[in-house]
Design a protein around this ligand. Structure first.
Ligand SMILES: NC(=O)c1ccc[n+]([C@@H]2O[C@H](COP(=O)([O-])OP(=O)(O)OC[C@H]3O[C@@H](n4cnc5c(N)ncnc54)[C@H](OP(=O)(O)O)[C@@H]3O)[C@@H](O)[C@H]2O)c1
Length: 249
């Protein structure tokens, strides 16, 4: 079997599609997430190329241990896809739930930070690798209610650039992929299980699909070795930029 990708958030959406794509291309995947039943279902479906690893990326010790918690034949990891993340709520800053803000920072910022710190040393030791972070257009463009979610994704984009600055001489490539409107379980999570409200987000539009992002990740990691794709911003064709807000008296 081929090289190994370590994919966080492999239980649904982009991470699941990325796992499927890499396995289809002959890679092994250490597939991580909290919903371990889904990881085992992936293993049952895709076979020995998948190693299911129960992991909450907010748990610093667990993430550091995870870098060594897979069978020897899976190591060293060639590609880390730091994908696990979420948005919670869409309330304005004066009413947003502070626990939601904490969870987004703990997952999208600190969880991603731990994942990178845990996996990059084995890439350095192996003399090469590729870190793919999943940011968002929300990290570049503000929208009402995007407050802390967008800020966490701005962190992701900047960390990706700074990682590249640190790792340039070590054969390790870094790419931040920044999707726009995409249909996954993202909105069900954002609206805390309200499937009806989540479905409305995708009503009458053709959003990005998980396979589109899997394709983009695969493209970025299969560029010739002398190229580094720094960042890719990708929107659904139906999506563009909002107007500036002007409040008139
Ligand atoms: N969909 C969009 O419109 C969109 C646009 C731009 C960027 N993104 C970003 O894309 C990434 C993937 O999201 P998605 O759209 O594919 O949503 P999704 O279907 O809800 O998938 C999110 C994944 O993240 C995992 N996750 C969440 N919290 C975790 C934690 N504490 N520890 C480990 N894993 C955790 C979930 O696994 P478990 O719950 O099983 O742990 C799940 O596998 C996120 O970083 C998101 O911010 C999404």
């Amino acid at each position: 079997m081929g090289p190994t990708a370590f994919v966080t958030g492999a239980t649904s959406g982009f991470g699941e599609a990325i796992t499927r794509r890499f396995v289809a291309e002959g890679w092994r995947v250490v597939a991580c997430g909290r919903r371990v039943d889904r990881l085992h279902a992936l293993r049952a479906e895709l076979g020995d190329a998948v190693f299911p690893l129960e992991l909450d990326v907010r748990d610093r010790e667990a993430v550091m241990a995870a870098a060594e918690s897979f069978p020897e034949e899976f190591g060293p990891v060639r590609v880390l896809v730091a994908n696990a993340g979420l948005a919670l709520g869409l309330g304005p800053a004066d009413r947003a739930d502070l626990d939601d803000w904490d969870t987004m920072v703990d997952t999208n910022v600190k969880g991603l930070m731990y994942s990178v710190r845990a996996l990059v040393p084995q890439m350095v030791a192996a003399g090469g690798g590729h870190v793919v972070t999943i940011g968002s257009v929300a990290g570049s463009y503000p929208y009402p209610g995007g407050n802390v979610y967008g800020a966490t994704k701005a962190f992701v984009a900047q960390l990706a650039l700074n990682l590249r600055a640190d790792l340039v001489s070590k054969g390790i490539r870094v790419t931040d992929i920044e999707p726009g409107l995409a249909e996954t379980e993202f909105s069900v999570v954002r609206f805390k299980g309200d499937a009806e409200k989540a479905a409305k987000v995708y009503e009458g539009v053709e959003p990005i699909r998980p396979d589109d992002i899997a394709d983009t990740v695969w493209w970025a990691v299969t560029r010739p070795a002398h190229i580094n794709v720094n960042r890719i911003e990708i929107m659904a064709e139906c999506q563009a930029f909002g107007p500036f807000q002007v409040v008139r008296s």
